[in-house]
Design a protein around this ligand. Structure first.
Ligand SMILES: [Zn+2]
Length: 287
């Protein structure tokens, strides 16, 4: 008997997009005690400078605190989507708790923007094989797409055998588009390259080469970043108000600050070099 394909395993089918346009997405959350507002304002301005619209996955707690910022994202032509309410990984939520987070955030963001909320990104890319049920919950809550699957073998997240391309998940009486984060396929392995710490570590020229390579495969490049990555100051944990040990906090600071000052230049060159848009626009004919 032949083994099931990845598409059969995850109940997905390929999605043929008419255009290959890249997506800039921002996960809008604070960095511990550092507000996400200055970094978000920087990103809104840099998008304006290059005529780019982005998708902002906003945390419900942030939206409750900074409603004017969410309204501004929408007023400036960007897509506002959901990053959940409390940044709790899906893996530690029950389906009922997850549904409550999705509905609560969806309703708040919709009331702030006056627009339906169509998309979701899970905290810490926490939709995995074990939490695959979350796609059913998202579809039942009216979400039209999700971009939480990282098709890699990661320490904290990832589904290594998931397709690298946009697919449609078909559940029981509903469906949802899944747009995985971009990877580079090399020697039979998917290498994570699409944002965050990977962008901080990679040289800008390498990032642009990878985006071109992924586009030549006929795939949109789906990138992600966080407002704190565009802060100019060192990001420091203010002990004792962190969940880390002293050493854990120092390690996290090094990881967060290393090469972070290169991010402004890298994003600007990227937006100048390739077309970027929102998920909503990329999926215009599908949702
Ligand atoms: Zn996040």
């Amino acid at each position: 008997m032949r083994a099931a394909t990845a598409e059969e395993r995850y109940h997905v089918r390929p999605l043929a997009l008419r255009r290959t346009v890249n997506v800039l997405s921002v996960d809008v959350e604070h960095w511990y005690h550092r507000s996400c507002v200055p970094g978000t304002q920087y990103l809104l301005d840099v998008c304006d400078a290059y005529g780019v619209k982005a998708t902002f996955f906003v945390l419900g707690k942030v939206a409750m605190e900074y409603g004017a910022l969410v309204r501004e994202m929408s007023a400036r032509g960007h897509e506002v989507a959901s990053h959940g309410w409390s940044h709790t990984p899906v893996s530690v939520l029950s389906p009922t708790q997850f549904r409550d987070e999705v509905v609560r955030t969806r309703d708040l963001l919709a009331s702030l923007t006056g627009q339906p909320i169509l998309g979701f990104r899970a905290p810490v890319f926490s939709i995995s094989r074990e939490t695959w049920w979350a796609l059913d919950v998202l579809a039942e809550c009216g979400m039209r797409y999700d971009s939480s699957v990282f098709p890699i073998r990661g320490l904290r997240y990832g589904i290594p055998d998931f397709p690298r391309k946009p697919v449609r998940y078909v559940g029981n009486g509903h469906s949802l588009i899944e747009i995985p984060l971009s990877t580079l396929r090399c020697a039979g392995i998917n290498i994570p390259v699409s944002g965050g710490g990977y962008f901080r570590l990679l040289p800008g020229i390498a990032i642009r080469w990878i985006v071109g390579w992924v586009n030549r495969e006929g795939l949109p490049f789906v990138t992600y970043c966080h407002p704190y990555e565009f802060e100019r100051q060192m990001l420091l944990h203010l002990l004792p108000f962190t969940p880390f040990s002293w050493w854990g906090a120092r390690r996290d600071e090094v990881k967060t600050n290393i090469l972070r000052q290169t991010m402004r230049g890298k994003i600007a060159r990227l937006l100048a070099s390739f077309p970027f848009t929102t998920f909503k626009e990329l999926l215009r004919d599908e949702i």
